[in-house]
Design a protein around this ligand. Structure first.
Ligand SMILES: [Zn+2]
Length: 459
């Protein structure tokens, strides 16, 4: 087979390939089941019990220290947890509703929670328990939670880092979308109630960044604004930032054009001190600023993370937020030196998205998928990823504080335990059907849960 999956006639094969093919053919006749060079579509009869393999793999997978590539660690009353906020009354997917008994089981696993539901009264038990633990453990509280769950390092997506997260365990990922929206956003906020909330929060983040840089007004010309962008990225890196994050999918399409400076300069001149840009003018400006942020990512070696999947809010636009819209950027040779991470694996388009990671600098992160998908469904998606580019897939939880009782702690536990099971099951099927050996399966597990992501950030 060639790379396009077509049969190549023997006569057309170069001699070396023909010899290799022959060696493989003879080797496959004599190889043992489960390690066979020829995979089978079903586990061979009576040979490989997928449950037994799963039971062998799972305890070993449970011992792998985890690198959590994407989470929002915080106490519930900490508004720096995100540059966004969930709109009131949004629809919640079935598995992450408080009524899911698995969440109570997670709280049981982590805190010995004695109830099977989260009724307000029972929730109070958990609130009191964690408040007491926080008081006793101080800045060690969240690190101790990581130890309990088996997480070594977390990339913390936050507006700023608080003193209650230890920097040795929690590394900062900073948001950059606010730089795309420095003008009067009245027009954009009118689109729907979610946008009105989101853009207002972006304006607050931009003001904080400007204060950080000692700037009270937007610079008078585009060159000044470009310098501001570079300085913010450089300073955030000095403050411990290990990646920049775009939540742009919430505000606009992830398709970014490549406008010229000449096109953008008059737009900046016209609106930096006031006035409402048309939607077209704003989009051209955003596209230009996006490109400048990528320039900074390249210059300062800062990996770029994208929200690339379904998102919070009922108005979230699936087509605009589909990570496949980024293809012109991800496959652009000018950005080969930028590490791109597609958070949430472009779910529900994860099966197409894995092919984006054919680019050496593009990675897929499965955070949130393990919360929203039951292990049986995640198993199938992970298996497809593992069979295509296993060295390009990375684990994350997207842990987030749901409310005062159900905190990020429970989501860490829930996400990690759910993903470990799905991973063990995906690998068990692959072993049973002769695709990989158990030893190779465990190497792939180490890559996905830790090594593939750990190598992407500065130590
Ligand atoms: Zn997130």
């Amino acid at each position: 087979m060639n790379s396009a999956g077509m049969n190549v006639p023997q006569a057309a094969m170069p001699k070396s390939i023909a010899i290799t093919a022959a060696v493989f053919f003879f080797a496959s006749i004599s190889c043992a089941p489960r390690t066979c060079a020829q995979a089978s579509p079903l586990p061979p009869k009576g040979e490989a019990d997928v449950h037994e393999i799963y039971e062998r793999l799972l305890p070993q997978i449970q011992k792998i220290p985890i690198f959590d590539n994407h989470a929002h660690p915080a106490f519930a009353d900490d508004s720096d947890v995100d540059a966004m906020a969930a709109p009131e009354g949004e629809s919640e997917a079935f598995r992450i509703r408080e009524t899911n008994p698995e969440l109570a089981a997670a709280a049981k696993g982590l805190f010995g929670y004695p109830f099977d539901d989260f009724s307000p009264e029972h929730g109070k038990w958990l609130e009191a328990k964690t408040t007491e633990m926080k008081k006793q453990q101080g800045a060690k509280y969240f690190s101790n939670i990581l130890d309990r769950v088996g997480i070594e390092t977390v990339l913390a997506n936050r507006v700023a880092m608080p003193d209650y997260l230890e920097p040795t365990r929690f590394r900062w990922v900073f948001f950059v979308d606010s730089l795309l929206f420095p003008f009067d956003n009245t027009q954009l906020e009118k689109r729907d109630s979610d946008e009105a909330l989101y853009l207002h929060l972006q304006e607050r983040v931009l003001l904080r960044y400007m204060k950080q840089e000692g700037v009270s007004n937007l610079p008078g010309d585009l060159a000044g604004y470009e310098a501001l962008i570079r300085n913010i990225v450089a300073d955030n890196q000095k403050r411990g930032g290990v990646a920049m994050k775009f939540e742009a999918a919430y505000f606009r399409s992830l398709y970014f054009s490549d406008p010229s400076r000449e096109e953008v300069e008059p737009i900046y001149r016209k609106y930096h001190a006031g006035g409402i840009p048309t939607n077209d003018e704003y989009r051209v400006f955003e596209d230009y600023v996006f490109r400048r942020l990528l320039d900074s990512a390249l210059a300062f070696h800062v990996p770029v993370h994208f929200h690339s999947a379904v998102g919070i809010g009922d108005y979230y636009n699936l087509r605009n937020g589909n990570g496949l819209q980024l293809e012109n950027v991800l496959r652009d040779p000018r950005y080969l030196g930028v590490t791109f991470v597609l958070l949430h694996g472009c779910y529900p388009y994860e099966r197409q998205a894995i092919w984006l990671s054919a680019m050496k600098n593009v990675y897929l992160d499965s955070s949130f998928m393990e919360l929203i998908m039951y292990p049986a469904a995640l198993k199938d998606s992970l298996r497809q990823w593992l069979e295509v580019f296993p060295d390009k897939i990375i684990f994350g939880t997207d842990a987030f504080p749901f409310n005062d009782a159900l905190g990020a702690e429970v989501t860490f536990w829930f996400g990690v335990n759910s993903a470990r099971k799905a991973l063990a099951a995906a690998l068990a099927e692959m072993v049973a059907e002769g695709e990989v050996t158990e030893a190779r399966a465990l190497e792939l597990a180490h890559g996905y849960l830790h090594d593939n992501a750990a190598k992407l950030i500065r130590r």
